[in-house]
Each structure stands twice: as structure tokens, then as C-alpha cells.
Design a protein around this ligand. Structure first.
Ligand SMILES: CC(C)(COP(=O)(O)OP(=O)(O)OC[C@H]1O[C@@H](n2cnc3c(N)ncnc32)[C@H](O)[C@@H]1OP(=O)(O)O)[C@@H](O)C(=O)NCCC(=O)NCCS
Length: 175
């Protein structure tokens, strides 16, 4: 805990998560969530552009995973029907922040906000007009961070997590 608040986002090195980072990501994941993602689930995204990590003096201290959502079947059917009727519904690209965590010893230094802001820029570059994410209803730290970055609670998702915890669906309407 001694290192808390002694570093700033300017002190870390940013990169795309590589398979060699998997153990360190899992270690943070397991200290951060009651129902951590599995090795297989996290491993599947290694090397993806939307999986960014940050390291301080060679030690991985945080990560974020985000990407574009695949449109739902309902959305695709609606667009298809409208195109048959001669009116095009413009496709809305929706970004999704799937995971975000900072090592407990390095929280409160601005890394979570920097990871989120970098991810939002990446999703904007991909063309996302809105970004969604889910967060445990009792995770006031994360909710405060998201609200300060323009997200608002849109929906309560009862029993969303594996252990039965409820989530809020939060959205940032303009990226
Ligand atoms: C949520 C999390 C990623 C934030 O990362 P962080 O590096 O500590 O956050 P930052 O230092 O960038 O702080 C960003 C904002 O978060 C909020 N925050 C951070 N620490 C806080 C605390 N101890 N209490 C209340 N709010 C806090 C504040 O709004 C802060 O903004 P401010 O410094 O302008 O007041 C981190 O706490 C974490 O990894 N938590 C466990 C995993 C998790 O909950 N992930 C989110 C899943 S949806």
C-alpha cells in the first residue's frame, strides 16, 4: 500500500495485452472481483487492440478490455425490415467496456480514469456513438468514476453476475 498515490498516469507504460501478461492480469482480476473472469475468458482476448494494459517499472498494474458490440438479432431484423420498406435505419455502433481493474496497491492514482479515457478514445476511433458497460450496484467507486466520465445509469439488471449480484447498465450517450 506504500506506493499508493505515489505514481501518476504519466509514469506508466501503455501497451496491448500480450499472452505473457496473462498471469499478471489474472492476479489483479482475482483481487478485484467476487466472480473473476476465467483464464480461458481473459486469454481469448490477449493481443486484441481493445485490451490495453499499463505497467509501472515493468510490473503490470492495470488493464481495460473494450470493443464494439455485435448488433442484436432484433436490431439486424429491424434494419432489414426497414430496408425492405425503403427506409434505411442508420446503423448505430455501440462500444462496450467489458472489464477494467487496477492493482489494489495502485488505486487512487488516476490509472482507472486514464484507462477508461484511452478506451473511450479507441472506441470513438472505431466509430462508436454510444458506450455501454455493466457495474455491480454496490461498486460506488466505479460508479462515481463512470458518472464523472459522462456515463449514466440506464437500467437495473437483476442477478446479472454469476453469484447473483445485481448490475446497473450504464451508458455514455455521446463518445
Ligand atoms: C474502479 C477502479 C478501476 C478505479 O481505478 P483507480 O485507478 O483507483 O481510479 P482513479 O484513481 O482513476 O480515480 C477515478 C475516480 O474513481 C473514484 N474513486 C477512486 N477511488 C475512490 C475511493 N477510494 N472512494 C471513492 N471513489 C473513488 C473517484 O471518482 C475518482 O475520481 P477523483 O480522483 O477525481 O475523485 C479500481 O477501484 C478497481 O480496480 N476496482 C476493482 C475492480 C472494479 O471495480 N472495476 C470496475 C468494474 S465495473
Amino acid at each position: 500500500m506504500a506506493q499508493r498515490s505515489s505514481i501518476s498516469p504519466a509514469d506508466v507504460v501503455w501497451s496491448i495485452a500480450q499472452p505473457s501478461n496473462l498471469d499478471a492480469v489474472i492476479a489483479i482480476e482475482e483481487q478485484s472481483f467476487p466472480t473473476p473472469w476465467s483464464r480461458a475468458a481473459l486469454g481469448a482476448y490477449m493481443g486484441e487492440e481493445g485490451f490495453e494494459v499499463c505497467a509501472y517499472q515493468g510490473r503490470l498494474v492495470g488493464y481495460i478490455l473494450a470493443g464494439l458490440q455485435i448488433p442484436s438479432l432484433l436490431d439486424r431484423l429491424e434494419r432489414l425490415t426497414m430496408s425492405f420498406l425503403g427506409s434505411e435505419k442508420p446503423a448505430e455502433l455501440v462500444g462496450h467496456v467489458m472489464n477494467l481493474a487496477v492493482h489494489p496497491d495502485f488505486r487512487g492514482c488516476g490509472l482507472g480514469r486514464s484507462l477508461l479515457q484511452r478506451s473511450l478514445s479507441y472506441l470513438k476511433e472505431l466509430g462508436a456513438s454510444r458506450v455501454d458497460l455493466e457495474v455491480r450496484v454496490h461498486n460506488s467507486t466505479a460508479i462515481r468514476l463512470y458518472e464523472s466520465e459522462g456515463f449514466a445509469i440506464r437500467q437495473l439488471l437483476k442477478g446479472y453476475y454469476q453469484n447473483g449480484d445485481d448490475a446497473f447498465l450504464m451508458s455514455k450517450p455521446k463518445v
